[in-house]
Structures are given as C-alpha cells and as structure tokens.
Ligand binder design. Structure first.
Ligand SMILES: [Zn+2]
Length: 260
C-alpha cells in the first residue's frame, strides 16, 4: 500500500461535533438519560440532518453509537456512558446515574469534569459468576484498595477494533472478572481466548482518554491496532496471543502448533 492509499483521518473533531459530545454528556449526567432530537435542537440548535451528520462523525471516531439511520437518532452510547444496559453502573450517593460502556469505561469515566470533588462508585459484577464488583472513587482517584480490585478479561484484540468499528463492538470485548480462575471459566463458557490484565493496568491504559475527554474537546480517538498493542505491551500486559501466528513472539498454543 503506498502512501496515497492510506485513509487519512482527522485528528480533531469538527467544532460542532466537539460541542455535541460536550452537550450530550452534560445533559445525560444532569438528567440521567441521553438527549432526544428535540433536546439536541433546543440545546444546540442542530436540526435533524445536522445532528445525524455529526453523530456519524462521532461514530467514526469511536465516541458514540447512534442509530443514525433512524428518524429518532436514538443514542445508544456516548462514551463513557451507555443508554443500553451493561454490567457497569455509575452510582452517586446510592443513586443510579447511567450505565457505562464497558470495563474500560469504568476507569475512563473518572476523568469527567462533572465528577471532580465527588464521591462515586462503579458497580459491576464478575462476568463468570456475577459476584459483585465495586470501584470506589473520589474525583479521578480510585480509592478501592488494590487487593480488592478485579481483573479485566479482554476477549478480542486490537485488530478487531480499528478504523471505524462501532464502539459497542469494542466494548463487548472488555469484561470484569474476580481473578484469573474466573477469567478462565468465563473464557471457556463463551468459547473465546482471553488476555487478562490487572485493574490498575486497565486504569493506566484508560487514563490518557479520561484526561482529555471534555477537557480537550477537540481531541479524538483513532484506534490503530499496532499503536494499541504497543500501549498494552508497554504496561506489561502479555499480548503474545494477539500477534500473528507467523510472528516469532506469537503464542504457540494459539496457532495449534506444538510449543518449542
Ligand atoms: Zn466469577
């Protein structure tokens, strides 16, 4: 592939798309629901065609999942929030605020300006046995003691997430589990192999996204498999399972070849 064949994606949102992310997340947090088309019209002045075009821009940059081909433009996700139920709930003072996209968003939510100086919890459960999992935060600070933190099982890989893949497809690969044994049981049940990582590594991976969302409204995410794999590897996550089978560093058992 020569240089001119490469898809060039803008590294920033258009100003209207950036403003729409900000409006939707703040409206959602204040009202505990996503805005509908009338809310977007009254709040932002965007008519139906404009809102649809902006949502499509946000979907390509992995910030949203919206039924953009429906007249109601139903918002399914505006990350980190999810309108559709997931295992992860944001709770303040015992009150449900919203679902969160996935185990990754359970950490990236901590950067939201609305949660500064606020005590809150992310409530979730083990994906194998539904044992409760709780992350306690004050603002951006995760306060749950390390020995009480869960693991994250990743059951897909960065090659499956890049370049326009819908955000809810990516979210579906990140799951909380109590520990390695529970990850193993979960993997067997869904017939998928997995990479596990400690919660603090997932938190570190989410931190750059968390710190920029809403605070640097122009910044957009661009998922590239190699960049993403490098990020996991730099945190000490064993990603040999994700390497192509002909890569010497690939996991032998993944390819069906005898080890060694
Ligand atoms: Zn379990």
């Amino acid at each position: 592939m020569n240089e001119t064949d490469q898809i060039v994606m803008p590294s920033v949102w258009s100003p209207d798309a950036a403003a729409l992310i900000s409006f939707v997340l703040r409206f959602w947090f204040d009202n505990r629901r996503a805005p509908n088309t009338a809310d977007v019209y009254h709040g932002m002045g965007f008519d139906h065609y404009t809102a649809g075009r902006l949502y499509r821009e946000l979907q390509l940059g992995l910030a949203a999942v919206v039924a953009d081909d429906r007249l109601q433009l139903n918002i399914i996700k505006m990350l980190p929030f999810s309108a559709t139920p997931t295992p992860n709930k944001l709770i303040i003072d015992g009150q449900f605020i919203t679902y969160l996209g996935c185990a990754g968003e359970a950490f990236s939510v901590s950067g939201l300006p609305m949660l500064e100086d606020t005590q809150y919890e992310v409530q979730s459960s083990c994906s194998c046995c539904y044992a409760p999992i709780r992350l306690r935060y004050f603002g951006p600070e995760l306060q749950t003691p390390q020995e009480e933190l869960p693991m994250v099982a990743v059951v897909g890989n960065p090659h499956m997430w890049e370049h326009g893949v819908p955000a809810d497809r990516v979210c579906d690969d990140f799951h909380f589990v109590l520990d390695d044994a529970h990850a193993e049981r979960f993997g067997r049940r869904i017939s998928r192999r997995h990479v596990t990582m400690e919660a603090l590594r997932m938190a570190a991976l989410s931190r750059p996204i968390a710190q920029r969302r809403l605070r640097d409204p122009a910044s957009r995410l661009w998922l590239d498999a190699q960049l993403h794999m490098d990020a996991f590897a730099s945190l000490g996550v064993d990603i040999s399972l994700w390497r192509p089978a002909d890569d010497p560093a690939a996991d032998d058992s993944a390819s069906g070849r005898p080890p060694g």
